[in-house]
Design a binder for this molecule. Sequence first.
Ligand SMILES: [Zn+2]
Length: 460
Amino acid sequence: MTYLMLTGGRVVNTGGTVDADVLVRDGKIEAVGNLSGLTLTDVERVDCTGRLLLPGGVDVHTHLDSPMMGTTTSDDFATGTRAAACGGTTTLVDFAMQAPGEKLLQSLENHRAKAQGKAVIDYGFHMCVTDLYEGATDEFAEIMQSGVTSFKVFMAYRGSLMLHDGALFEVLRSSSAVGGQVCVHAENGDVIDRLAADLVAAGRTGPGSHEVSRPPSTEVEAVRRAIQIARMADSPLYFVHLSTEGAVEAVAEARAKDWAVAGETCTHYLTLDRSLYDAPGFESAKVVLTPPLRTKEHRDALWRGLRAGTLGVVSSDHCPFCLEEKRRLGENDFRAIPNGGPGVEHRFIVMYAEGVQKGRISLEKFVDLIATAPARQFGLFPSKGAIVSGADADIVILDPNGTTTISAQTQNQRMDYTPYEGWTLPGAIDAVYARGELVARGGKYIGSEGRGRFLARSTL
Ligand SMILES: [Zn+2]
């Protein structure tokens, strides 16, 4: 078929919602509107009556096939992107980790090779800088030219990932000079390491101690420090995975001064409570992720931050490690439990249910947080993140009257658990199109293999 016509649905974009048909040709959206008068031959028509047509999700924070804390994340680019597609996400920006002792360009090339031919949705990369060796910043221009226009640094995990403040300053300054942006993991790593050592010395070695070792102030302090360092470097700044009320306040203050500071939070910080750390035995290792889950007070502040525009993006921070792997590495010492959890498959529907259906955000705001704003922030808009003429035909067809039940048994993520086990949510993703190809239906992947393309991103 030359044309695909999605008829009779309700098309949602950040700017508004309209009842409209969508015409697709060669993987791109050709027209949106009342197209019933159009005479076309060779057209496949799909009746979308009663359905919402939403831009495919853009998840700018994933870790696929990524070495971390002595192991590797459980999803590779084949399984992770299939899971994403089934859950309504059609674009990823994944973190290319710098391997110890390796040059940035080499690490980027290695990560690129892991994705090529395996990813089933389109993808880009952020370049993680974990070791600022002599001459590292000289490679920034070439990295930018290759379409990787953002860098990532850690203010925690001393001895493995963490950069000290001078190196952070240098990355910010050098990135800014070539038009890039820097994503920061903001936690005071040194304080956390001492708190964690105290807990272990006191015999509190179980997974629940993870939360205790990372109190909210360790995030807030690092956020405030990073903002000031970015001012010194005259650089824009993007915070990944903010989890606390104090961080939202710090970002709001900076933005009120018109500083180029942006903030992201993640599905789990908006929906899961810290009481999960009180589970008996090793069970709570499932939510040993960083920063940890917080109390309702913080969750409420994050939702307010999203509504106010202080936080602009919701990502998954999909960083999956099976519970058995967490146990193997960290059963006797919570510090050795690999930090992270799954989420790329469920971000879309959980945010729709918990955000829109619970009246916390509008449908248009949901589309913004899940697709449009991340695409804009990371140089993918307007080809990604909107249902408009000329954009890639990445479209999710959602049945607002359906329901979705989440379970490890039925998920596509290569994981032995999900923190949303047994959740039944309003709304069901019927079908997912990626560049006009029907890639998922009813939570099953039906697209072709390895069809994802590398996205060279533009600068802001
Ligand atoms: Zn992450």
